[in-house]
Each structure stands twice: as C-alpha cells, then as structure tokens.
Design a protein around this ligand. Structure first.
Ligand code: CAA
Length: 379
C-alpha cells in the first residue's frame, strides 16, 4: 500500500482544508448553539465539487477516487463534525449506492442532482424497533397500481429536512421478519413527512429527523433486486463506516491541535505546561493514536478504491477511530483543565461530537460483531 498521497489527492485535501479553515471552523461554535448551519454552506461545498468528490464526471461529480473523498471528510469534520456527517451521509449512504447498484437510468436521473447539491441525500434504514438489528425493520412496501405503496416510520434520519433523495429500505416479503425480504427504494423527501427533529448531545449543526411515509412510488424506484435490499444496506455501510472513521479522525485532530497550542502557551508552577511530562505523555498518546486511526482509514479506503473486500478493514477503522476520538477528546479537555470544560474553548464540543461516532453507522458492539464474523466466518 502506498502511503504517499497523489498530487490530485493532496490538492483536494488542501481545497477542503482551506474551505474548512475559512468558512466552517470559525462558525462551528455558533452553529452548535443555533442547532444548524446555513444551507448556503452546502451550496458552496457543491460549487467546489465537494458534494460529489468521488462521483464520475459524467454523473456531475469531481471524478476523484474514494480516498480523496475520505480525506475531504476528515478535513470538513476537523472544521465541524456536523458538516462532516451531512456530507458523509449525502455521499456514502445515498449517492454512492445509487451509482453502484442503480440501473443506468437510475444513475442518470438521480446522481447528477445529488452531486451538484440540488438535493441532499439521506439513508433511511433505522426504525424505532430496528437499530442494531436493522433486519427487524417493519416499514412495508406492498404492490399498488403502477408501483409500490410504502408505509411506515423511520428514525434518526440525517439530512431528511434538507430535502432531496432518500435511499429507503422496506419489507417487500411479509412472510419474513428478518434481513431477508427487504428491498431498497429511491424516494423523494417530498414523499415523506418529517415528524420530529431530534435534540442531540452533540453534532448539533447536523439535522436528524424522524419521518413517516405513506406514499406510492413507481416501479422504477426500486433499486437492486426484489427482496435483496439488505445486501445493499450492508454494502453501503461497509463504505460509510470508513467515512465515519475519517470523521472521528478529523474531530480528534481538531482537539489535538487545540490541546497542543494551549499546552505551549499556558504556564503553571513557573513553566509551560507542555514542559511537564504528564502533559507530554498525553500529547504523545494523542498524536500516536490519531496516526494509527488515520492509517487504518487509509488502508480501508485504499482497499475500497481497488475493488477489494473492505468489510473487516472498514469496521476496524470505524471501531478504532471512534473509540480513539472519544478517548482523546476527553484527554484534550484534561489538558485544558477547567477551561476545557467551558464553551470558551471548542474541546467540550469535540468531546460531545466524538461520542456519536461510536454509535451511528453501527455501534462499536456491532463493529466487533462484524470483525469477529469476518475472522470466524458467518454462522
Ligand atoms: N455486504 C454485503 N452483504 C452483506 C454484508 C456485507 N457486508 N453483510 C451481510 N450481508 C448480507 C448477507 O449475506 C445476507 O444476505 P442474504 O440474505 O442474501 O443471504 C444479508 O445481508 C443478511 O445478513 P445477516 O444475516 O448477516 O444479517 P443480520 O440480521 O445478522 O445483521 C448486522 C447483521 C451486521 C448486525 C446488521 O444488522 C448491522 O450492520 N447492524 C447495524 C446497523 C447499522 O449500522 N445501522 C446504521 C444506521 S445508518 C446511520 O447511522 C446513518 C447516519 O445517519 C449517520
């Protein structure tokens, strides 16, 4: 595996970093308080090609590879993890599965508007009674005139209120109660009703909705084979988890940078606190663990770019990076002491934002299950 980024990857990374430094990070505290970022941020991201980084040019994207997109997610999340997840779900969990599993007609119809940011993508799998056990979902799709009537409710849907396109999973075989008998549909968000906007511990600038659906969609909205949609969900999450791992690395990197700067400036007992071994060890651990997580992310993204299996590598990257981010954002607070616990510094926000990376797109417990199954074989 090549550890050197290509010139194109470095260029896209710099573009995202410059945008995050100029337009995202300075506003992140305000967006956290306001529980949202302005829609124009998405317009600017689209203008820079960052809403379709790894979408081929013929479908309106920037035509870069998956690793470039992952580098962008780290940089955006370093600025604000809420913006990071918005782009992550839009891209990995909606645009890319349509590209991968859609017919040519579906790709041509649905991908370009997403890549151009005219609509924002969402992923509607989770339900009130189906989180980790996603295969227990009960939203159903039954045959109706000219298509499918979809009826049910979905929970914690990132981006739903922005409006755009939703990859939605529904049970098409009422005889099964498991992961089998589920199909995937491309649904317009105008065909669902937002029933709730969630208040969260962190990631406040992103929007998380509950939705209800009772709509008829045309036959050509089914993506992939009848009753085989769960494989699409799982394969989508295999890639999505690499994105969440990159998000976690970005959050931890931001916390590390604040802690490092503070340690060099703050004095106690007549010297910089960076001169105390207790603080040096914390900074050394942060730097090492961020590096380790970033390498796992790089490996998983490279495997995906090469078309090789990446279920295990993605789960390991997500598991390690998310737990690392929770640990190291807590350590950053510790370096700043009382200041770290206040809103005068951003590290308390990084700590709140980091926590979700251990939960969404599969909890740490599910990542361990996925890794164990890859090692031992599915039983
Ligand atoms: N790739 C392709 N197919 C896969 C797969 C993979 N990685 N893993 C499983 N499958 C296939 C299986 O082969 C099987 O296919 P067949 O029926 O055709 O044989 C089917 O999927 C069902 O697989 P399992 O029997 O293994 O399913 P399971 O019920 O045991 O569940 C699980 C497995 C890993 C626990 C799964 O339910 C899971 O990943 N749960 C976590 C859900 C999750 O991550 N939710 C995140 C929500 S989205 C989100 O958070 C987005 C956001 O807003 C940020």
């Amino acid at each position: 595996m090549d550890l050197e980024l290509t010139a194109e990857q470095r260029e896209i990374q710099s573009l995202a970093r410059a945008f995050a430094d100029a337009e995202i990070a300075p506003n992140a505290a305000e967006w956290d308080r306001a529980h949202g970022f302005p829609r124009e941020v998405l317009a600017k991201l689209a203008e820079l090609g960052l809403l379709g980084v790894c979408v081929p040019e013929e479908y309106g994207g920037a035509g870069a590879d998956f690793l470039s997109y992952i580098l962008v997610l780290e940089e955006l999340s370093r600025g604000d993890a809420g913006v990071g997840v918005t782009v992550a779900v839009h891209t990995s969990a909606c645009t890319l599965p349509i590209l991968q599993f859609g017919t040519d007609e579906q790709r041509r119809r649905f991908v370009p508007p997403l890549a151009r940011g005219e609509g924002i993508g969402c992923f509607a799998l989770t339900e009130p009674g189906a989180g980790s056990d996603a295969g227990a979902l009960v939203t159903r799709a039954t045959r109706a005139d000219g298509g499918w009537r979809i009826e049910g409710a979905k929970q914690w849907i990132t981006n739903a209120a922005f409006g755009g396109t939703m990859l939605l999973f529904a049970r098409t075989d009422p005889e099964t109660q498991t992961a089998r008998g589920v199909s995937a549909f491309i649904v317009d968000t105008e065909d669902v009703t937002i029933t709730r906007t969630e208040e969260k511990l962190g990631l406040n600038s992103s929007v998380t909705n509950d939705i209800a659906v009772d709509s008829v969609v045309a036959d050509d909205r089914m993506i992939g084979e009848l009753n085989h949609g769960f494989r699409i969900a799982m394969s989508t999450l295999d890639g999505g988890r690499i994105g969440i791992a990159a998000q976690a690395v970005g959050i931890a990197q931001a916390a590390y940078e604040v802690a490092l700067r503070y340690a060099k400036e703050r004095e106690a007992f007549g010297q910089r606190i960076a001169d105390f071994q207790a603080i040096q060890h914390k900074l050394a651990n942060m730097s090492m663990e961020i590096d380790a997580a970033r390498l796992l992310v790089l490996r998983a993204a490279t495997l995906k770019d090469r078309g090789l299996p990446h279920t295990e590598a993605g789960a390991k990257a997500k598991l390690f990076a998310s737990e690392m981010a929770r640990r190291q954002t807590a350590e950053a607070i510790q370096v700043l002491g009382g200041y770290g616990y206040t809103k005068e510094f951003p590290v308390e926000r990084y700590y709140r934002d980091a926590k979700i990376t251990e939960i969404y797109e599969g909890t740490s417990e599910i990542q361990r299950l996925v890794i164990a199954r890859e090692i031992l074989g599915r039983t």
